[in-house]
Design a protein around this ligand. Structure first.
Ligand code: NAD
Ligand code: WQD
Length: 335
């Protein structure tokens, strides 16, 4: 059985489906601070298999100890955390508390239970603003520009020190690029609370008529059309990447992988492609640059391809049409 922290969230729910569909038992712990209990039922309805769900906090040592006592956990996939970059600037303590202290609490509970296999949700943001593109796992971590980004780098360092202290640990650090899209059933996807900060949910809420237009932050970057370039990958491909990473947990030590497509797409291209794929008009306007944004970055994905035999398979069209299918379901069902 795998313990999945944050499994009711956007990425975690897709990982849960993948694991269940490959026949793995899953226990989820999530405090639902950025998700909804009904996600658990929707995971079960897609996979047609039950999930063990604990509503609670990863910083609750007693809860974690009881989960390890009650469930035959062999490995942990750790997705729980706070992820809004802007909010982390105004609430740094909350971010370090949940992301760093929460990860330490989890590792302490794992150590006590003698479960030493961990996959951690990290981020491309750990490469920092000065890294050369495409990003390679062998590059050093940079100084991330937000408390959120710093918290991810701090957890990576904690895990490295833990791994160095005890050779029995096997730790996979997955550095996600820009996950978008939703499950093709349209039953699970990203549901940001309030106005979205990220591009994809913003575009889809404009398409749904919830928001009036997309503001494109900056059109004077040194890129082909002047707008920022990112490596967007389908959340189902990302979830499959976790499934592929499970094999690596049989080898003790630290393992780092970029999970992206290896290709960059500009903001303008995203908006125009969404219009083409869905047939829905998206009014947009150029606006000043957003503070802290980098012009362009994408992943070098050779390591994941060779060592995990994993490659993102879905196209940009899949990402956009699946997002739109989910957005329409979410509006109708109030998610
Ligand atoms: P999400 O907010 O949808 O999911 C996170 C889940 O963790 C939520 O269900 C939330 O309720 C839960 N959670 C938060 N604090 C908790 C706590 N203290 N105890 C228990 N549960 C808690 O976010 P997501 O997009 O699914 O991201 C999952 C992970 O991937 C995060 O660690 C995030 O930093 C990382 N990540 C996300 C992205 C992205 O663009 N979405 C990119 C890189 C890395
Ligand atoms: C993408 C592009 C914006 C909104 C963030 C985190 C990163 C990772 C993924 C967790 C940028 C532009 C956006 C809008 C716009 N998360 N944009 N108008 O900033 O690449 O990455 O999410 O680890 O750490 O920083 O993603 O979706 O916010 O922005 O023009 O209304 O879209 O300027 O160029 P970002 P994003």
């Amino acid at each position: 059985m795998i313990l999945l922290t944050g499994g009711a969230g956007y990425i975690g729910s897709h990982i849960a489906v993948e694991l269940l569909e490959m026949g793995v038992e899953v226990a989820i712990v999530d405090n639902l601070c950025n998700s909804n209990r009904s996600v658990i039922e929707r995971i079960e309805s897609i996979a047609q298999r039950p999930v063990v769900f604990y509503e609670g906090d990863i910083r609750d040592a007693a809860l974690l100890a009881s989960i390890f006592e009650m469930c035959p956990i062999e490995a942990v996939i750790h997705c729980a955390g706070l992820k809004a970059v802007g909010e982390s600037v105004t609430m740094p303590l909350a971010y370090y508390d949940t992301n760093v202290y929460g990860s330490i609490c989890l590792c302490q509970a794992m150590q006590k239970a003698n479960v030493k296999k961990l996959i951690f949700s990290s981020s491309a943001t750990v490469y920092g603003p000065d890294a050369e593109v495409p990003y390679l796992e062998s590059m050093p971590r940079g100084v991330a520009t937000s408390p959120y980004g710093v918290s991810k780098g701090m957890v990576e360092k904690v895990l490295e020190d833990l791994g160095a202290s005890d050779p029995d640990w096997s730790i996979v650090v997955l550095r996600y690029f820009n996950p978008i899209g939703a499950h093709p059933t349209g039953l699970i996807g990203e549901s940001p609370q309030g106005t979205p900060n990220n591009l994809m949910p913003f575009i889809s809420q404009v398409a749904a008529g919830v928001l009036s237009k997309v503001m494109i932050f900056g059109n004077d970057y040194p890129t082909s059309d002047g707008t920022c370039v990112r490596d967007y990958l389908h959340v189902v491909d990302l979830a499959v990447g976790h499934r592929a990473s499970l094999r690596v947990l049989d080898s003790p030590g630290m393992h780092y992988y970029n999970l992206g497509t290896g290709c960059g797409t500009s903001v303008l291209n995203m908006v125009q492609s969404f219009i083409e794929v869905t047939g829905v008009d998206i009014p947009y306007q150029f606006a000043p640059r957003r503070e802290g944004d980098l012009a362009a970055f994408w992943a070098n994905v050779s390591k994941a391809e060779h060592e995990l035999a994993w490659r993102a398979e879905k196209t940009l069209n899949d990402m956009l049409s699946d997002t739109w299918r989910w957005q329409q379901y979410a509006i109708v069902h109030g998610h």
